[in-house]
Write a new protein. Sequence first.
Lengths: 353, 509, 314
Amino acid sequence: MTNPQNLNIQTKINRIPQIKMSKWFSTILIILFAFLLGGILIYLIGANPFLAYGALLQAAFGDMNGIAETMVKACPLMLAGLGIAIAYRAKFWNIGAEGQIYAGGIASAIAGIYFTAVPGIILLPITLLAGLLGGAILGFIPGILKARYKVNEVITTIMINYVMIQLTAYLVTGPMRDSSSGITISPQLSKAAWLPTVIPKTRFHLGIILAILAAFIVSWLVYKTVLGYQIRAVGERARTARFAGIPVERTIVLTMIISGSLAGLAGAVEVSGVQHRLVEAFSPGYGFLSIAVALLANLEPIGVIISSILFAALLNGADAMQRAAAVPIPVIYVIEGVVIIFIALRVLHKEKD
Amino acid sequence: MNLIDTSKPIVEMLGITKHFGQVIANEDVTFTLMPGEIHGLLGENGAGKTTLMNILYGLHQPDSGKIFINGHPITIKSPHDAIQYGIGMVHQHFMQVPTQKVVDNIILGLKNAGRFILDRHTARERLIRLSESFGLKIDPEAYIWQLSIGDRQRVEILKALYRDIKVLILDEPTSVLTPKETEELFHTIRKLVESGLSVIFITHHLEEALSITNQVTVLRNGKVVGTIPTRGTNKTELASMMVGREVLFRLEHEINQRNEKQEILIVDGLSAYNDRGILALQDISFKVMSGEIVGIAGVDGNGQSELVQVLTGIRSAFKGRFWVDGIDLTRATPQAILMHNVGHIPENLEDGLIGEFSLIDNFMLDLHYVRPYSHRGILDHNRMVENARQLISQYDIRAPNENIKARTLSGGNKQKMIVAREISRNPRLLLAAHPTRGVDIGAEEYIQNLLLKKRAEGMAILLISTKLDEIMSLSDRILVMYRGRIMGEILREEANIKKIGLLMAGSEG
Amino acid sequence: MLQQFFTISFITGFLASTLRMASPILITALGEMVNERAGIMNLGIEGIMILGAFTGFVVAFETGNPFLGFICGGIAGAILGLLMGVVSVRYQANQIVAGLGIWILCQGLGSLLNRHVFGLSATRPEIHTITPVAIPFLSRIPIIGDTLFNQNIIVYLAFLLVPFFAFFFTRSIWGLNIDAVGEQPRAADAAGLNISKIRISTSVFGGMMAGLGGAYMPLALYGIYTDDLSTGLGWMAIAVVVFGKWKPWGLLGGALIFGAANALQFRLQAMNFPLPYQFLLMIPFIVTLIIVIFFVRGDSGPSYLTIPYSRSEN
């Protein structure tokens, strides 16, 4: 039962009075604070935080190659982040981006390696499409389970993640193993299925452009289309949406198909543009980082572009940070965790309906 | 038994002022309760009655003012303090845990209920003794969710009595009762007063105030308009004190002269279960013609909600059918039903809007996927803005602009927004569930007159309401629902409270 | 191959292993149950288990006393539970997001500290695990003896906690209060209960139990610590709470099922069961999926789960 209007009672001060600030400002504050805490942690383990952060920034943005590498890492984060942003708009807590990335990677690898009968020009689009499809299927499953049977999506998506990681490992050690090499990887994709590099002498590939394009498309989808309106309505208050005739279940399933597709595309782009093969554990946690990416951007598709670059810089520079200042890589996950906790303070909680 | 000095007030609230941000809920309010008195606190929704009593009960702190109990100045920082001073409150929305037993609910939070293990035995005994001496029958072992609303209210009262209170505040207790249950409640109140309690009775119903109270304080816009003995006043005087102007008691209800009356809504043998799996609708059959208002009276919880849910496609009926304009919509989706020119004002305000959406977007809830507001899946923002502006001005919705979030509107304006949206689509059939619930008198009058206007234009309206005066002044025909069945149909001319009340309570006319 | 399954030694070993593997899930799930009954859902317990495991291992390694390790693992968990509680209650944060943040934070912290304290040496530091305590007479009963009465002390504790909590929630005041807070906080508030205090307490308790559950892994089972020792157990605990419908005996059933899935996976691997080992590793997760799909439907549980309480209504 909802509360009547006349119970309009003020908060008893059990919480910090809401500090009014713009979303931008709070975002910047969160980042600064997280880095501050990270710095303290680095200091506590005996390393020099300035040296560490310096090496991080230098590697991420210091030179052309660095920037290119940062963008290469930003690409899957951006795509998966867009997928998460759309899912969370519908209040569908998709934790399965990691699994969806692997699904996309597997599907695109299969297309790129084995679809030899397909003419060269369309092999690349088919490869990417396969990745999209793989992710879509993996998004559809938890989507329909939640929409039709109210099954908790956090658990389903996480379990599917674990299954997919094992599946990938199985494939590259078994049926898809490259017998000529000694390590557990698949054969190379046909050259026609590779995403071409855009900046010579770097790994900056076409997929990055695609990702940025995708951000604009998703933004248009969310704000300018009927589906976007329905997704937002369902996420804000599904009950009202239902009364207004919006097909809630169908909207949730569609949302997850799109979300999974984007993450699947992220996997495809990694396989096609960076690795050119299917490699065991090819994602260094892109799926989980993309959650932080989406949340930090406040679920705004255009904002995802920026936050994905930020987290990509973290990933990119982590190696350098370790080499230069002996700071172990997991520090960036600590920073990520702190960022998410702070964002939790900002995200509105569910209302009792 | 204490020797109460009946010439000195038992409760005095002097100069109470309370702000909530910009809103002044109480302004310099003075309220006095004499021992053994039944004191009515009367005013419209939002007049500040509940706030004042919440202050007395320790749920709020006043910005300024003093409170005295038996002449002693005191501060009440929490309900715990209030209870220590002998003040108990029965809220409009019961503070009960549905999944727990009656006895557990009553002893929740009490210090002497045991150290680690609950002492249910002592509590049960005491409860039975109390319920017998005040005639409030209740089973301590029953679970709250099994009880009827009247029973649940009795549990709330017993909760207060269990704590030895001397002053009982009742906040709008009759809004959930049938006329017969209301009589029983009044009987209980008189008995409580005989035993030495004093009662504060918050209400916005004039008749009730007149029938049960000795003294009445009227609040308007947070200020006291006057405190007078009940015996010396009447409905008209109280009403104008409440509202500050002349209030019409009967709305302009023309006999509808339209010749071709079409059957717009036909319901035949509808039966459905509620969420608990219990039969909520049993063989419901009725018709609504064009240009008529059919009112469904009945206490909340007798199947009205489920009926509307079936008619809007949210719930499926396992038996029976219904037709709108000749088309069988029994199995139709909510979207299809809306597309067949059915309008719906949901019984809960919050179900009719999305607080985080702008007014523009809220006005589009039903229509965002049709022309001209969208083409092939893409929204036409300009049309949407135009529509919003037009509706805001046409229906006099108080908002600075169309871009603000809906949750910033006042209750009355929120409801007006919902009504505007539904009516502007010009539906053939309007399902109006409690359209004036929680809304101030100005908006209430507006909405009621709007419904009559649309009726005159030929709209078929199914009105569901717990406000009997609203049902009686708006409806051409009145159907009374009880336990999922239609107990009887009463024509407007023959309608009176007694008849309706009997049907509401389950007797067969 | 098939007849291997039906030997007494296999069955006994499997059952005993089931109880051993069920214990960390049961402990963690009981803690989460208490927390959820008060209205807080802590999705970070997967991470808290990691930090509990690490803390327990380090302390046991340095001091040689595994029980001290357990205590410290519990304390670490309690601190993280406090973080979750404060963030959810005092700052009214979105609990789902906060829980995820804690999970990722703990993962990172665990790996970081592991690397910092033990480095990346080739040889893994080891400790002695706690030894089983056989109950006299009863442990000699065939099959059941080894299964039920020849376990380490934490297993006994975990299983004894089940009837304890059953009693706690039906007969004690604290249990009643916790349920009131999770089911209808306004009623609890009106009755004078301190919602914040109760919720933060259950959060601390839930965190402590997750820490203990995590510490169990190195201290009672493996004797070593790796970053992925307790992978997935926290999520299984969350599933178990819903599967058990927030009731202790129900949780026991769920924990046993997951324990069996984990035990089975190990046995099959050891037996060189003719399935690629990656598929064997998938078994517990697939079992969780199946259970969740068929038994764990959303709309149930404490009415105010994940919904913060404040006296303002908007």
